[in-house]
Design a protein around this ligand. Structure first.
Ligand SMILES: Nc1ncnc2c1ncn2[C@@H]1O[C@H](COP(=O)(O)OP(=O)(O)OP(=O)(O)O)[C@@H](O)[C@H]1O
Ligand SMILES: [Mg+2]
Length: 242
């Protein structure tokens, strides 16, 4: 499909006897927000890390725009925002961006860097060091850093944990903004009340397998649930039992 930006085929990751990811396949469409959810230990983080090449997969293939992820240039189109965003305690906000620009060998990034900080309301923290930022600010800085090399697909692991309601609202606006720019976002999360109105589709994993996937509307139809049944309730129904 033309709109298909990421294709995961038969991805398998075993840790010894643990089948962390057990032959899963899915496609992501360009410009969509996809929630990846499932109980603790379902294999979400492992899936993300295998796609990014941070973990060596046991088996399976991954394609970006039809090209194998083995191609290094293709991999530079990806961005990863880990569960607990690490910021460098002694580098300033601005130096974090500079570091990313150096790592990706990007010149003339400064104007864009200012723009990024501005849109994340971090411009006034430009000269603040990492250790003096709040959790929400660290989260935002982590996203800012990932934007410097202008990636197309974002993998964000549990972005909402530990954020206050205001920071969650800001984060949601940022995610929407990225989507509006045509970016694709795969977000691992347990916070499902934010799914409605934000995500285009949802992938539910359990014990290394995908047990449901589709839009919220499709999920409702499949479960014969009416509009007042929350995504959380549907999640519980799908994941309950053996
Ligand atoms: N480095 C590792 N070595 C051995 N087993 C691992 C390793 N990383 C993950 N696992 C196992 O793989 C399975 C999937 O873990 P994973 O972290 O992918 O789950 P998750 O869906 O991200 O869970 P959570 O919601 O708690 O973040 C678990 O059984 C876990 O114990
Ligand atoms: Mg995880």
């Amino acid at each position: 499909m033309e709109n298909n930006i990421l294709q995961v085929k038969d991805l398998k990751k075993y840790f010894g006897k643990t089948k962390a990811v057990d032959e899963i396949s899915f496609n992501l469409n360009k410009g969509e927000i996809i929630f990846l959810t499932g109980p603790n230990g379902a294999g979400k983080t492992t899936t993300i890390k295998c796609i990014l090449g941070l973990l060596r997969k046991t088996n399976g293939e991954i394609f970006i725009k039809g090209e194998s992820i083995k191609n290094k240039e293709i991999r530079s189109k990806l961005a990863y925002i880990p569960e607990s965003p690490d910021v460098y305690p002694m580098l300033t906000v601005w130096e974090h961006l500079k570091f990313m620009a150096l790592a990706y060998r990007i010149n003339n990034w400064e104007e864009y860097g200012e723009k990024i900080l501005q849109s994340f309301n971090l411009l006034d923290k430009k000269n603040e060091v990492g250790k003096n930022l709040s959790k929400g600010m660290k989260q935002k800085l982590s996203i800012c850093c990932s934007l410097v090399h202008k990636p197309d697909i974002f993998f964000i692991d549990e972005p909402m944990i530990g954020l206050d309601p205001q920071a969650i609202k800001e984060l949601k606006n940022i995610l929407k903004m990225l989507k509006d720019q045509g970016k694709t976002l795969l977000i691992s999360t347990h916070i499902l009340d934010s799914a409605e109105g934000l995500c285009d589709s949802i992938i539910i994993m359990k014990k290394g397998k995908i047990i449901e996937q589709g839009s919220i509307k499709e999920l409702r139809e499949k479960l014969n649930a009416d509009d007042c049944v929350t995504v959380e309730d549907m999640f519980l129904e799908v994941t309950s039992g053996e």
